[in-house]
Write a protein that binds this ligand. Structure first.
Ligand code: CMP
Length: 141
């Protein structure tokens, strides 16, 4: 079990003014924030980050959207962090997200779904490494 996960507040949520509210949810759910950065991905960076989806029909739409504005990337720590964060954000499609989840409350569509969460320990480590160096991850308060 890995205690770290990777999270992103996507451009739709930043544009809609939900960055602070989503950070509140992260803190209320008892995640420790090891690292946080405001970024704006280039199209090439978005294509690299989502390379696993490059054969999918929505790849162009996804990477254009993800490079369309500011996003916040976060490295989070909590017991069983990957599944804890996925529970906090809810289903990928906000129409299927249960009450009280971030996507239920702040997402608008499957494509613009407010937040990202790593889907496995292995991908969490890869995704954290995509945006953070080890020295940018602060585990002591
Ligand atoms: P995320 O958890 O960031 O991982 C991949 C993303 O692709 C996913 O959230 C969705 O936002 C997006 N996605 C998945 N399916 C579709 C789809 N059918 N059309 C557009 N975007 C999609």
């Amino acid at each position: 079990m890995n205690n770290r996960t990777f999270a992103m507040i996507k451009p739709d949520a930043v544009r809609n003014g939900y960055m602070g509210k989503i950070l509140d949810r992260i803190i209320e759910a008892d995640f420790k924030i090891l690292g946080a950065k405001l970024i704006r991905m280039t199209k090439a960076q978005a294509e690299g980050f989502y390379a696993i989806h490059r054969e999918r029909p929505f790849f162009q739409e996804l990477t254009t959207f993800m490079s369309s504005g500011k996003a916040m990337v976060l490295a989070l720590e909590k017991e069983n962090a990957v599944s804890a964060w996925r529970d906090t954000i809810g289903a990928t499609n906000p129409a299927e997200a249960v009450d009280g989840t971030i996507r239920k409350d702040f997402a608008t569509s499957l494509g613009e779904n407010a937040v990202h969460g790593a889907d496995s320990d292995e991908n969490a480590a890869i995704e954290i490494g995509f945006f953070f160096t080890n020295s940018e991850l602060i585990s002591n308060e």
